[in-house]
Write a new protein. Structure first.
Length: 353
């Protein structure tokens, strides 16, 4: 057991040294690396990237949304099982390691998005974007006629993931090994989803997948309780060691993630049963109609996202997140396409008359 602890202490210590090196060497890029973590926040896959991609290519957009939800679910379960630390609290909880070697702990800068409240392993940013990005890029390059387009697509994908991983280490939200774990898990998941396109499955199988996700999550939760561990053991650490209390965000809580991806999965499942979806999914939209759908979808989803409670009782926060993510696929897939279709037909008729 001591050998195991010594090994992980060495891994974590090396990770802290990596963060300190990055922060000292690229101090002028603070805002850039914070921006990278914000832009590639997994939540944006639901509220920005999904509406955008779906109206450009329905199958790819829906497949990418499923990749996001399943990646978040697996990331949630892995984080409960692996008990991963985060640099910004580990350095203080284990200050004796530094004091014994150097006499003091290194200066680790925190940022407004550093203090995430869930366990650290694997990195959710890297894992979700790896899975989502793999499905998205695969959907694009599959139709690319030129080899250079395929090379460019996968190169851009790799470049973005590298930036995300470096950003997560830079802001002291993750250790390097957690980003590597998230990368391999996400890429493998994306590869599997491309081989077994979940969007082609019937709604009954979709319901079974949703039910299985709930069962596995709750089963993991109960197992953790049975061995005497508090599933929320990381929240007090975040509150204790974060530089500012207002930097501890409820939206980084694992239970918040649960309500977010479950709302999405259930909504997509029921959308597939909708007659309106069946009609719009076979309809052909022109370039102007697709542009209108993208703009309206992004606006509607962004407005809906503002309804999520950011403070107050946790039950209100979780239920508002569930309700909003239940509404997002419905707005994008069911409600807006026939509206745009009817308005377009009406405008065309007026022009003809």
């Amino acid at each position: 057991m001591n050998a195991s602890n010594d090994f992980f202490d060495l891994v974590h210590k090396s990770g802290i040294e990596s963060t300190v090196y990055l922060q000292n060497s690229f101090a002028g890029l603070n805002a850039f690396f914070v921006w990278i973590s914000v832009v590639f926040d997994p939540g944006y896959s639901y509220i920005f990237y999904f509406p955008l991609i779906y109206h450009l290519n329905r199958k790819t957009g829906l497949q990418a949304l499923w990749a996001t939800a399943i990646a978040e679910w697996l990331n949630h379960v892995f984080k409960w099982i692996l008990f991963g630390e985060r640099p910004y609290w580990w350095i203080f909880e284990n200050k004796h390691i530094w004091e014994a070697a150097n006499g003091s702990i290194p200066n680790l800068t925190q940022f407004p998005i550093t203090c995430e409240t869930g366990p650290g392993s694997p990195s959710g940013h890297v894992m979700v974007n790896s899975a989502f990005g793999f499905v998205f890029v695969n959907g694009i390059v599959r139709k690319a006629g030129h080899q250079w387009l395929k090379v460019a697509g996968w190169s851009f994908y790799s470049f973005c993931l590298s930036l995300i991983a470096v950003s997560r280490v830079f802001i002291a939200a993750h250790f390097p090994h957690q980003c590597i774990a998230g990368l391999f898990a996400g890429v493998y998941l994306g590869f599997l989803l491309c081989k077994v396109p979940i969007v082609t499955l019937g709604h009954k199988l979709h319901l079974m997948i949703a039910f299985g996700m709930v069962c596995v999550t709750m089963g993991t939760y109960l197992c953790i309780l049975m061995i005497g561990v508090d599933p929320g053991w990381t929240i007090p650490l975040a509150q204790k060691w974060c530089s500012r209390s207002d930097w501890v965000h409820l939206s980084t809580n694992l239970f918040y993630m649960f309500w977010r991806y479950m709302g999405t999965v259930l909504s997509v499942t029921f959308c597939l049963l909708s007659e309106s979806y069946r009609k719009s999914s076979t309809a052909r939209f022109g370039h102007y109609q697709k542009a209108a759908l993208i703009v309206l979808s992004l606006f509607a989803v962004m407005m809906a996202n503002k309804l999520i409670s950011k403070s107050g009782h946790l039950v209100i926060v979780y239920l508002s997140a569930f309700g909003v993510h239940l509404a997002i696929p419905y707005l994008v897939m069911v409600f807006l396409p026939p509206v745009v279709s009817k308005v377009s037909a009406k405008i065309l008729k007026q022009n003809i008359d």
